[in-house]
Design a protein around this ligand. Structure first.
Ligand code: ATP
Ligand code: MG
Length: 568
């Protein structure tokens, strides 16, 4: 079950277990009272909402302590990394509202220094070249139940290791023929400490260093030492690295680095009905289950942006879920709630009809135009308005009419009177059916000219208010409705392939929707509320000049508010 983020009430603004640690360090005068954090993405995919949490946390801490946060690309694996990813990551961090100034770093910039430090370890007798096969090495390290067995190469002379390491660097070995291992502690219960590999042979071009290297440092060695080079004070990572912390500390201590950075772990963000793993998201992209990394259904920063999420909404969400020490699942409804809170104050209200049903107002002559001024924000003309035009033929939402209405129906049915938003009151007198199919194809109504603006002239009660567009003035557009990408709360816990839990109806494309003319001129990415229908934005990829395609960002209904009320 989701715990709806309640468990983790600690936030970066109000303080949390991480700020407590930092406060203590500062009180003890550590790191010359500096606070330096970093956000270290591996450029092997686009950023997702989990990364957004880490970004808000790291940049947020820097801000809180008047410190710095570096953007560091953890690019030690040439096989999966690409510059396309580097560019998208920079764009996303910036869009989220954070600035790394000139502090843009790459672990690959440190390959020379890391190599020198590997030599230091070798010269101290703390690293050796192992020429066992990868399988033998894996076996030899044992596991939770099996003790480690020392490699026959473990005690080889330092001079020999130096010579072989040089040959490794020169490209004289094939991949998998030999590796450099740190000599740590084979007796340790922590497998990470059982002589981890720190360098391997990879005959691969790197997106930044080209063919300069054919040996590459492993994550554990590169990451902590990159932190040290950048004089990071607090290296914040997710819980799965807790078991790596002893190794992190072992490296800085073996290399005798001054003011070593301190690793602190927090729980990664898991979001219901979503997967937040670059590897899994890449699968969706490669299998063309979605239309790219920025498909509006993706939990990537670029997907959320294209869907109409604002940076403010995402930052508020990250602030609200806070940081925890225990893994948990946050309900995606909370993210949507934060989104609605933000869109509610910023989105002008306009009208669109998604499934049009024709209404003929019989007491308006053909060519007659009634004009009304309608505010963009309810009852607030100070934030602007536009003109609405009522004509003899208009369209309303098909769903707003029922031939046989349920009890308490407040919308259109034969004989009922309703309000057209900002325009007038109309009464439905006649229902026209298609002769063959019997389908309702037209309603014939009359308007009350005394009700201009939608006011009841004699105080008679008219409960229902409908959105509408003029048949003469409305513009046709495509609207895309989105639903959750996955049908189950935790797709990765489902039996079988996680892709079997995909929601087949996550995208609905509606052509022939009608919008008031103002909306046809909207800019790419512009956000609106379509009255009674939800929040929508102009798709940045599919729209053409004067031909917007609208994404439904989120519906108006707020399931989170309900959840919160239940929790009391
Ligand atoms: P993924 O599992 O999606 O591949 P990752 O951890 O491998 O993510 P990195 O590029 O290494 O991706 O992540 C950069 C930073 O973002 C790391 O510090 C990582 O801990 C953090 N991060 C990644 N996923 C999450 C998440 N779900 N919640 C919080 N922080 C995360
Ligand atoms: Mg990672």
């Amino acid at each position: 079950m989701c715990d709806h983020g309640k468990e983790s009430v600690e936030s970066a603004k109000t303080g949390n277990f991480i700020t407590e640690i930092i406060d203590q360090d500062l009180a003890q005068g550590k790191n010359q009272s500096r606070v330096a954090t970093r956000f270290p993405p591996e450029p092997n995919g686009y950023l997702h909402i989990g990364h957004a949490k880490s970004i808000c946390l790291n940049f947020g801490l820097a801000k809180r302590y008047n410190g710095t946060c570096n953007l560091r690309f953890d690019d030690t694996n040439p096989i999966t990394e690409e510059t396309e990813y580097v560019e998208s990551i920079k764009q996303d961090v910036r869009w989220l509202g954070f600035d790394w100034d000139e502090r843009e770093f790459y672990a690959s910039d440190y390959f020379d220094q890391l190599y020198q430090w590997a030599l230091v370890l070798i010269n101290k007798g703390l690293a050796y070249i192992d020429q066992q096969t990868p399988e033998q090495i894996k076996q030899g390290r044992g596991d939770y139940y099996r003790k480690a067995v020392a490699s026959p190469y473990r005690e080889r002379p330092i001079a020999q290791t130096l010579e072989l390491f040089e040959k490794m660097r020169q490209g004289e070995f094939k991949e998998g023929e030999c590796v450099l291992r740190a000599k740590v502690d084979l007796e340790s219960a922590n497998i990470n400490m059982r002589d981890p590999i720190i360098y391997r042979v990879l005959h691969q071009s790197h997106h930044r260093t080209g063919d300069k290297w054919c040996i590459y440092p492993m994550y554990d060695f590169a990451h902590g030492e990159s932190d040290a080079i950048e004089k990071i004070t607090h290296s914040i990572c997710t819980l799965e690295f807790e078991d790596h912390r002893p190794l992190y500390d072992w490296f800085t201590s073996a290399l005798e680095l001054p003011d070593p950075p301190r690793q602190i772990e927090f729980a990664r963000l898991n979001l219901s009905h979503t997967v937040v793993s670059k590897r899994k998201l890449l699968q969706l992209v490669e299998d063309k289950v979605v239309d790219g990394w920025d498909d509006p259904r993706m939990p990537t920063v670029s997907g959320l942006r294209r869907r109409g999420y604002t940076a403010e909404a995402i930052r508020n969400f990250c602030e609200r879920i806070g940081v925890a020490k225990r893994d948990s699942m946050v309900d995606v409804a909370l993210l949507e709630h934060c989104l609605r809170e933000d869109l509610n104050v910023r989105s002008p209200r306009l009208m669109a009809v998604l499934d049009p049903l024709k209404v003929v107002i019989t007491n308006i002559e053909p060519g007659q135009v009634e004009r009304f001024d309608a505010p963009f924000f309810p009852e607030d003309f100070s934030q602007g308005s536009r003109e609405l035009t009522l004509t003899r033929e208009i369209f309303v939402e098909r769903d707003d009419f029922r031939e046989e209405p349920p009890r308490k129906w407040r919308r259109l049915t034969k004989g009922s009177e309703v309000r057209l938003r900002y325009a007038c009151l109309i009464t439905c007198n006649e229902v026209v059916h298609d002769e063959q199919t019997g389908e309702v194809i037209e309603l014939r109504c009359t308007w009350d000219p005394e009700s201009r603006g939608g006011n009841s002239p004699d105080g008679r009660k008219v409960r229902g208010t409908l959105h509408w567009v003029s048949a003469d003035y409305a513009k046709p557009v495509q609207v895309r409705l989105y639903d959750r990408l996955f049908m189950v709360e935790n797709p990765l816990e489902a039996k079988g392939d996680f892709k079997e839990t995909l929601n087949p109806d996550s995208l609905q494309i509606l052509d022939g929707c009608l919008v008031e003319p103002f909306l046809a001129q909207a800019d790419l990415g512009e956000l609106f509320q379509f009255e009674r229908l939800g929040y929508f934005c102009v798709d940045t990829r599919l729209s053409g000049p004067g031909k917007p395609v609208f994404n439904r960002t989120v519906t108006l209904r707020d399931s989170w508010a309900k959840i919160e009320r239940k929790q009391g």
